[in-house]
Design a protein around this ligand. Structure first.
Ligand code: ZN
Length: 284
């Protein structure tokens, strides 16, 4: 199946009150697990490569080409998305390689510079048929707008969207990145307030910190793209650790990575069903 444009997928999900799972890949096996999980759930999915993952591999091309090849051979629509790019050159590389979606993260820039750069990124990406997610940030620091105490103002969000023309907007409603426990307290009324003012799909970063019941509520209030990375790393690594501890003589990487890939695929499928239509309405 050709690579999917996220815009109709997110628009349909938003109209139906569903969420779309967006999961990060660092390893080839992560991408395989995400695609396998989406195929099992018979749902579209977003596979994300972050600027951090690019740094880890020393370049975008190898991880990108592998991920794009997997996406193209999937039996469900797959969006390949560049996550948290602060480097505009990296955005251009992703567009050249055939990504269908990018996130430009200018949240560390001064507000006017963030808006201007985001506008340039939108012009370039739209000219190439690529969707853009962005984040508005008046507050810097390590976690930017996703620090737990930070909140997006609905009116500000609307102005940013009008100013920049982005296709999706990351908002701060109580989550933060890389939470190992699912204990985040999400401001559900704020989600509703932003969704009421903004026609563009909203993106929840740091969703690893959000429990199942809250994820469903967040989606019901109008959040659409649900970014999950750390939670799936936990599932993957727990399985690797168990295999290695169970057999100290184990040498073949496939013997401990394959079960981890399977465990992650099962969790991806479960999460997609959780975010999608009520499980009873999902075809087996
Ligand atoms: Zn994020």
């Amino acid at each position: 199946m050709p690579l999917a444009d996220p815009r109709p997928i997110l628009a349909a999900a938003r109209a139906a009150g569903h969420g779309v799972g967006a999961f990060n890949t660092t390893l080839l096996e992560h991408a395989e697990a995400i695609v396998a999980g989406a195929e099992a759930a018979r749902s579209p999915v977003v596979v994300q490569v972050s600027e951090n993952a690019v740094r880890y591999h020393g370049g975008l091309r190898p991880i990108a080409l592998a991920t794009l090849a997997l996406a193209e051979s999937a039996t469900v629509p797959v969006v390949v998305h560049l996550d948290h790019a602060e480097d505009v050159d990296l955005v251009h590389q992703a567009v050249d390689l055939g990504f269908t979606s990018v996130m430009f993260d200018g949240s560390r820039l001064p507000d006017d510079k963030n808006r201007a750069t985001t506008r340039d990124v939108v012009a370039h990406c739209h000219a190439h048929g690529v969707a853009v997610e962005a984040e508005l940030g008046e507050i810097g620091g390590k976690d930017g707008v996703h620090a737990p105490g930070v909140r997006t103002d609905p009116e500000e969000a609307r102005r940013f969207w009008t100013d920049t023309g982005v296709d999706a907007l990351a908002v701060a409603v109580g989550t933060s990145h890389a939470m190992a426990d699912r204990t985040a307290v999400v401001d559900l009324d704020l989600v509703s307030a932003i969704a009421a003012r903004l026609p563009a799909p909203l993106v929840l970063h740091g969703s690893s910190g959000v429990d199942d019941a809250t994820l469903r509520k967040v989606v019901g209030r109008g959040m659409t793209k649900i970014n999950i990375a750390t939670h799936l790393n936990k599932v993957f690594t727990r399985e690797v650790r168990a295999r290695l501890e169970a057999d100290p003589a184990l040498l073949d990487a496939r013997r401990y990575v394959a079960p981890a890939r399977e465990a992650m695929a099962a969790e991806v499928e479960r999460l997609i069903r959780l975010l999608g239509p009520e499980p009873a309405a999902v075809a087996p």
